[in-house]
Design a protein around this ligand. Sequence first.
Ligand SMILES: NC(=O)c1ccc[n+]([C@@H]2O[C@H](COP(=O)([O-])OP(=O)(O)OC[C@H]3O[C@@H](n4cnc5c(N)ncnc54)[C@H](OP(=O)(O)O)[C@@H]3O)[C@@H](O)[C@H]2O)c1
Length: 385
Amino acid sequence: MEVWRLARVLSRRLSLQSSACGAALTSRSRVQCRGATGLQGNTSRSYFSATDSTALVYRRHGEPSQVVQLETLRLPALEAKSALVKMLAAPVNPSDINMIQGTYPIPLDLPAVGGNEGVGQVLEVGSQVQTVKVGDWVILRDTGLGTWRTAAVFNEDDLVTVPSDISLLSAATLGVNPCTAFRMLSDFESLSPGDTVIQNAANSGVGQAVIQIAAAKGIHTINIVRDRPDLQQLTDRLKAMGATYVIKEESLRKPEIKDIFKVYPQPKLAFNGVGGKSATELLRHLQTGGTMVTYGGMAKQPVTVPVSALIFKDVKIRGFWVTQWKRDNKHDGDALSVMLEELCTLIRAGKLSAPFCTEVDMKDFHKALDNAMKPYISSKQILVM
Ligand SMILES: NC(=O)c1ccc[n+]([C@@H]2O[C@H](COP(=O)([O-])OP(=O)(O)OC[C@H]3O[C@@H](n4cnc5c(N)ncnc54)[C@H](OP(=O)(O)O)[C@@H]3O)[C@@H](O)[C@H]2O)c1
């Protein structure tokens, strides 16, 4: 499609969606957030304009459904090194919720636009932009840039082009969880086909990516999930993705677990997205000299390492934060794009799908925020703009 036509079609879609949300827009305060400083609220009804965006903004910390509101924001002028991006879809991740609640370890200045991940399409570029062009699909390199909005002006350095021949949902969820899974499988132990990895929160976005990337490399996964009424259904879904075993947390303490390790080697690597007792249980099954990588703390409990695991098994306790990895590799232009290309190759080959998810129109954000905080929902909420 020619560029001008594409821009017109997108503009029309943006126009319709903005006016549908207009009734809720009342604020008039200055919003500062990285990636779009100086956005200004607007008291008028929402209407499409190249200068406005509809955004999910929070002005204080608290319960997401109480503090997040839909506002019209004035877009800053396009600068030489920036690009105007129409956001297409953005997930609601646990870190987004923690940021809104004010419990995320890296605080954002308020007010802020919610969302750290998502995919958009470039509508316009500044005169000196070199790395993205009009029509490209882009994701964001860093956190805290605010993806829950219909449009934004981002610095070109914050944008990474992704191919548009993958599904919108795969693109919207590509930049954080699959990258985390990929790095954790690559950077901590040298794994060969036939090796085993154990993980908790196996049905999380990260967990699903671990299962699929590991399966594509011939690595077995022992997957721990919390018990629930539909456990068999969840087990079937994870096995269809390539999970070797799916076990509920309670079964980890039962003697039968040892039978698994008669068939498969004990894990060299454990991935902990939960903390507390769940992490301690993972450690009990690690190989001598193996590594546990903590990447999340869903149980909000500290990790306790038994002395025996350190003395007699010499386990390594590590942590990983994908945002730091991207920052550390910012000047190695290739590192991120090589990884994204590998992930997209898996996606195209049908070996890596988007996590189980539910698409929610951005104006129904209350529903998305509430569902994102429910236990056992097993469905990532994706805001569609
Ligand atoms: N370090 C990094 O670079 C990095 C990158 C990505 C994500 N993360 C972190 O990884 C974690 C998972 O993120 P995600 O996007 O993959 O999550 P997600 O898709 O939203 O899934 C949340 C997962 O957490 C589990 N969970 C929720 N509350 C729990 C609790 N109290 N105890 C045990 N499990 C619980 C859920 O299990 P149920 O189905 O049983 O409710 C589900 O498996 C989060 O902490 C996130 O911040 C870190």
